[in-house]
Design a protein around this ligand. Structure first.
Ligand SMILES: *Cc1c(COP(=O)(O)O)cnc(C)c1O
Length: 837
């Protein structure tokens, strides 16, 4: 058959229901269960069949049903209430951002993936959910914010687990007419179209607008008739195979994204690169400035001044590093457009590996930003260590990578039942100050035991029903026997302690750690008085066979007689499955190999829903765990071998389950309640809901990065980039002079000294042709990894001196060094130059 064209026929919505279409086009509904229920009630079967897609339900629902509801006064009252809330949300005049409106420039946020909702499957895991949540909170807070990403028309993939327990992937072509997106338009009303040069040809791109509350997300799409079949497929699949595809997708995102913003009239001051995938946006902005007459080095200064880079992975494979010949194929003609040489361009991204020089997107992002951060305190530390080599002479703690710990978007993941329960004790404006710890501390103890127990029990029953239904579907598809299908209808007991484990099946997350001592596990699960059961879910990347083998191992365990009905693994982990699990289990398990979990966020979602987090002290949990709000696995040790680490962690896991979690879970007081458990649940809510909310996270980004970068960029760009030019010229001069500089130093160091004594340090500097204003000379006192710095003062003729105090007893080392210095630098290591005496 030859398809001649497609046409979407929108239903004739009765006047009373007309605004349901407008609401369907704003993802406000995705964190508003009452809004979702309006579409679900139009036709519950359609709602399920199309994976919770309001627009699709509106397109497919029978006209007679619409007419019927248009006369249903109770339904109409619900519609009016949701719309009133929606309007109030969109127009809220006093938002958090208003307090900073004068200083805060427009923010442009770039990410390869976004997890907004299950029916818009353009995410693979935590990185995408985080980006989606970031947008939602940017909207909640009223930030001047626009996001850029790609529209993957086959998504990531749909996961099926076959009857052997092996993961299979299906790629469904999304029908764009049923997604809540509209063609993006220029301020003049024209549809945005642009092209990106890729290896000598033009790749044509169209742009879609997705509304997330008050902010737009612009999704780039190469699936247009002007493109070759291969180019149309560039935006087919997220994280498809091969580096050729990856670099082209990154060009579409970075270069195409900047071009799209120009056409849309979005004039950003701050650019936020969420992971190195987006770093080509920096090259495109440099190209624009160079085409406008600025030189390359000044353009680098101008672009970097307002840019922030967030790194997400301490796993080397997670950092894109392209071979130079590949980069030559795709970016061979870029140096000419950037007004620079191939060497200078590739130097910006240089990462020398054992197999040769590579073009690292992380290095590029670090070089083209003036602020960088990891996503938890520990991940900040690990990142500083990982990228220390880029700053020779600097110690780990000086590497300019900070941290903002991740959060989760509260309303997206909090069950409606709990939302109502919390609202009954929280102040009326609680949604505007989710980050307010004192508010949660004051309110949550006021929830009566019986109400909390009832809500948690309902959610657990919902989750179990959901799991049974999903398992039966899977079995039917795999041709299972009627008896097996029937048996799946009664897996999991509502009375048993239920533990959830769901995430991407990357091997460092060790999904099978639980099975390291099978006999011990069996004893825990099969204790007749105190049974325990597990629900697993998660996707392995299609090319990750070890990850798929983990899925298979769990599947096989779930089929063993001793574990049947007590260990289950669900297929196709997505946001819908995630919500059911975090809302319905008692314990949320996370056992990654420390320190490879940069943050983790699913445990936050569980905690705010009253499921206790039980996790390795990695990522966010290392900051949150306080002994009262969940459980820790292992300690903060470092290990000599992976095997030793796996043994120690699994041992701790079993022991904590046997000695602490199971006994506490099954305790009951005279009234039949489990007060000890409920206290822990309340502590989890109180400690995690404010501190690990996305609202807190986005406020942190704004205060720590967006506001200072706005100011800095405006300063650097003023008067036709005067400061950018000055900084570039100054850096060039310093780099020239630096090899000719020398520093010698001496200190009066006695063999022993008393606390309180001071040391005199002297240095003699030959600054070549640099002025004393251009360098800073300092003494460094080091003791057990702690550094103290004292700036030495210049006494003329290159001689410097100063005194340092020995405040405590211990073994100190004293040294001296010099760095280029200038008040306008964003950081002391911007030039990467340190000379030690
Ligand atoms: C929250 C979430 C993740 C990330 O969870 P981690 O704990 O960071 O692994 C991945 N996938 C889905 C569907 C999620 O909702």
């Amino acid at each position: 058959m030859n398809v001649l064209g497609k046409v979407t026929v929108l239903p004739k919505l009765p006047a009373e229901l007309r605004r349901l279409e407008e609401l369907a086009y704003n993802l406000y509904w995705s964190w508003t269960p009452h809004a979702q229920a309006l579409y679900q009630d139009l036709d519950p079967a359609l709602w399920e069949r199309f994976n919770h897609n309001p627009l699709r339900v509106l397109l497919e629902v029978a006209q007679s049903r619409l007419d019927e509801l248009a006369r249903d006064s109770r339904y109409l009252a619900r519609v009016r209430r949701v719309l009133a809330d929606f309007d109030a949300y969109l127009q809220a005049p006093t938002t958090w951002a208003k307090h900073n409106a004068a200083e805060l420039g427009q923010i442009a946020y770039f990410s390869m993936e976004y997890g907004f909702y299950e029916s818009l499957p353009i995410y693979s895991g935590g990185l995408g959910i985080l980006a989606g949540d970031h947008c939602k909170s940017a909207s909640d807070l009223g930030l001047p914010f626009a996001a850029v990403g790609l529209l993957f028309h086959q998504g990531y993939f749909r996961q099926m687990i076959n009857k052997d327990g092996w993961q299979e992937e299906a790629y469904d072509e999304l029908d764009l007419t049923t997604l809540p997106i509209k063609p993006a338009r220029t301020p003049e009303g024209k549809e945005v179209r642009l092209a990106v040069p890729v290896a000598g040809r033009d790749v044509h791109i169209r742009v879609w607008t997705l509304l997330v509350g008050r902010i737009p997300v612009y999704l780039l799409d190469t699936n247009v008739p002007e493109n070759s079949e291969a180019d149309r497929a560039l935006t087919a699949r997220l994280y498809g195979p091969g580096q050729d595809l990856r670099i082209q997708q990154e060009l579409v995102l970075g270069v195409g994204g900047v071009r799209a913003l120009r056409q849309l009239g979005v004039n950003a001051t701050v650019f936020h690169m969420n992971e190195g995938h987006a770093a080509f946006l920096g090259l495109e902005r440099i190209r624009e400035l160079v085409q406008g007459g600025l030189d390359f080095a000044s353009a680098v200064e101008a672009v970097a001044s307002g840019t922030i880079f967030t790194t997400h992975t301490p796993v080397p494979a997670g950092n894109d590093a392209f071979p130079l010949d590949l980069v030559g194929r795709y970016l061979g003609d870029w140096p000419a457009q950037l007004g620079t040489s191939w060497e200078a361009m590739t130097e910006l991204a240089r990462h020398d590996q054992p197999w040769g020089q590579t073009f690292s997107m992380t290095v590029l992002a670090l070089r083209l930003s003036r602020a960088a951060n990891g996503v938890s305190e520990l991940h900040g530390e690990v990142s500083r260590k990982m990228w220390n080599f880029l700053y020779p002479g600097a110690s780990e703690d000086e590497v300019p990578v900070g941290h903002v710990t991740n959060g989760a978007h509260t309303l997206t993941f909090l069950a409606q039942k709990l939302r109502d329960l919390y609202a009954s004790v929280l102040p009326e404006d609680w949604q505007e100050r989710i980050e307010d710890q004192a508010m949660w501390e004051a309110a949550i103890p006021g929830i009566p035991d019986e109400n909390l127990v009832a809500a948690l029990r309902d959610l657990k029953l919902d989750m179990i029903q959901f799991v049974r239904g999903r398992l039966q579907e899977q079995l039917r598809r795999n041709g299972a026997s009627a008896a097996d299908i029937k048996a799946a209808g009664s897996v999991l007991s509502p009375e048993a302690l239920t533990i959830g484990f769901a995430r991407r099946f990357a091997t460092y997350k060790r999904a099978t750690l639980l099975f390291r001592d099978r006999a011990r596990l069996s004893a825990i699960l099969n204790d007749p008085a105190r049974p325990v059961q597990f629900v697993f879910a998660g996707k392995a990347h299609p090319a990750d066979n070890p990850g798929k083998a983990f899925i298979q191992e769990i599947y096989r365990m779930s089929q063993e007689a001793e574990f049947r009905g007590k260990i289950v693994i669900l297929e196709n982990y997505d946001m819908n499955v995630a919500r059911h699990l975090v809302q319905g289990v008692d314990i949320w398990l996370n056992n990654p190999r420390r320190p490879l979990e940069a943050s983790g966020t699913s445990g936050m979602k569980a905690s705010i829903n009253g499921a206790l987090n039980f996790s390795i002290l990695d990522g966010w949990w290392r900051e949150s765990f306080d002994g009262t709000n969940g459980y820790a696995i292992g300690d903060e040790r470092e290990f000599s071998s992976l095997d030793v680490q796996d043994d120690a962690d699994s041992f701790s896991l079993y022991e904590t389950l046997e000695d602490q979690i199971v006994p506490l879970y099954y305790r009951r007081d005279e009234r039949g309640f489990n007060h000890g458990w409920l206290e822990k649940v309340r502590r989890a809510i109180i400690t995690v809901a404010p501190q690990f909310s996305m609202q807190r996270q986005v406020i942190d980004y704004t205060q720590k990065y967006y506001l200072p970068l706005s100011a800095r960029a405006q300063q650097v760009w003023a008067n036709d980039f005067a400061l950018a030019r000055e900084l570039a010229a100054w850096k060039r001069y310093v780099l020239e002079q630096w090899p000719n500089t020398t520093i010698q130093a001496s200190a009066d160091v006695p063999a022993t000294a008393e606390p309180g004594q001071t040391l005199k340090v002297r240095a003699q500097v030959n600054a070549a042709n640099l002025s004393p204003r251009d360098v800073r000379v300092e003494a460094i006192l080091e003791r057990e990894g702690q550094r103290e710095r004292v700036v030495l003062s210049h006494g003329g003729n290159g001689s410097y001196e100063g005194e340092i105090a020995l405040s405590n007893s211990g073994l100190y080392t004293v040294s001296a060094r010099m760095l280029p210095s200038r008040p306008e630098l964003a950081g002391e290591l911007e030039l990467g130059l340190i000379k030690w005496a």
